[in-house]
Design a protein around this ligand. Structure first.
Ligand SMILES: Cc1ncc(COP(=O)(O)O)c(C=O)c1O
Length: 401
């Protein structure tokens, strides 16, 4: 039978291939060729979930009360744990019933928020480079994405002054993310004040992704959007347990902030899913209540890797300023070489996987992202392979000898 008539909707057909899926294919090929891959491509934390969280999950799993459908909007006690955590961390008071919503991971919520609010043709402001869900969600919703080009000379901060007035006036939503994936840039509090004033002036829904809230180093404390007076009237903030608590596979995140914005997302989700398995919500509560020593261990682990890799890449010609947060290094491709060519070249020659910067949008071209998801022995091995293959940063287009 001819099955050509089975075609996905245009909104799916129009999406460029998800780069991580493409990387997976290339990795599979490399493995077939017998390469020992060192995968620094995805932001998939390599550590174990803290033991108290695993134990809480096991106990909750044994309780039949958790075996049915969970409440659509999340359990009351997980929502309370979220708002208590917020108060403890940021001094922000939130109503657990209307201003906090558990999510099946923050990617799900970031994407669905666009579907809940964006009509076909609506304008959405999204930085480039950015985490793909920030522009793919609006694209799936049929919105028009206006890229806010980030530049190294502006420390990868959004230049609000460069947004034309007519664009600002017609925009409905703005996504942003500091500490940033992929650039690892951080934003000072004054920037948050400016962006809140900008969104209020132009009546734009502000969506902040604070995914790396706690992967911060050397005493740096990232700012929460909701710390800024007036932010809660126009904005929401997304969090995840994936990174800090090594729970990427558990699919637990949440959104907090403006009750009306959250209500739209809740209504959509009520029609789509039943929320997180209740046993996992109990475990997630335990995670949010862990003593800070667990966080410090995770922070120290990434900090040690950061220092090691910056030093080793320095020997190969890359001059990388110390990052204050995230699990990434954002490094230049050798001059004259595109991101994809460089990442593929390195993969083929060394078995080291990095993500081409253009996966994060047009302004990521010329960079690659390295995830600090292997221990220093493995990172050292990656650097030895770079050295052997003659891979180094040069301002001329020579990559390997
Ligand atoms: C900025 C950012 N937001 C959201 C996510 C997705 O996190 P989750 O596991 O909660 O879906 C990621 C994952 O890498 C991310 O980097």
């Amino acid at each position: 039978m001819n099955l050509d008539w089975i075609v996905p909707a245009e909104r799916i057909q129009k999406l460029p291939p998800y780069v991580f899926a493409r990387l997976d294919e290339l990795k599979a090929k490399a493995r077939e060729q017998g390469l020992d891959l060192i995968d620094l491509g995805m932001g998939n934390p390599d550590g174990a979930t803290p033991q108290p969280v695993v134990e809480a999950a096991i106990a909750a799993l044994k309780n039949p009360a958790n075996h049915g459908y969970p409440p659509f909007e999340g359990t009351a006690s997980f929502r309370r744990a979220i708002t208590n955590w917020y108060h403890r961390r940021y001094g922000v008071t939130l109503d657990p019933d209307s201003e906090a919503l558990p999510l099946l991971g923050s990617k799900e919520g970031l994407t669905h928020l666009a579907i809940a609010y964006i009509n076909p043709g609506d304008l959405v402001l999204v930085p480039s480079p950015a985490y793909p869900a920030h522009f793919r969600g609006p694209a799936i919703a049929g919105g028009k994405v206006h890229s806010l080009i980030l530049k190294p000379e502006n420390d990868w901060l959004i230049d609000l002054g460069a947004i034309p007035d007519d664009v600002a006036q017609s925009a409905k939503m703005l996504y942003f993310n500091y500490p940033s994936n992929p650039t690892a840039a951080t934003a000072p509090r004054e920037f948050f004040e400016e962006i809140v004033a900008f969104a209020r002036k132009h009546e734009i829904i502000l969506v902040h992704d604070l995914c790396y809230a706690e992967l911060a180093f050397d005493g740096y404390q990232p700012t929460s959007l909701l710390e800024i007076p007036g932010a809660k009237e126009i904005g929401v903030e997304f969090h995840t347990l994936s990174k800090t608590y090594n729970m990427a596979g558990w699919r637990v995140g949440f959104v907090v902030g403006n009750r009306h914005i959250i209500q739209g997302l809740r209504t959509l989700k009520t029609n789509l899913d039943y929320g997180i398995f209740a046993a996992l919500q109990t475990a997630a509560e335990t995670a949010l209540q862990l003593p800070d020593v667990y966080l410090h261990e995770v922070q120290q682990r990434y900090c040690t890797r950061r220092d090691f890799l910056i030093q080793e890449l320095g020997k190969l010609g890359w001059d990388i300023p110390k990052t204050k947060a995230t699990m990434y290094l954002w490094i230049k491709s050798p001059e004259g070489m595109g991101s994809t060519d460089f990442a593929l070249n390195v993969l083929q020659q060394t078995g080291v996987v990095m993500t081409p910067g253009n996966a994060f949008g047009i302004a990521g071209e010329g960079y690659v992202r390295i995830s600090l998801i292997a221990d220093c022995d493995r990172l050292g091995e990656a650097m030895r392979r770079f050295q052997q293959a003659g891979i180094r940063y040069q301002s001329e287009a020579v990559v390997s000898t």
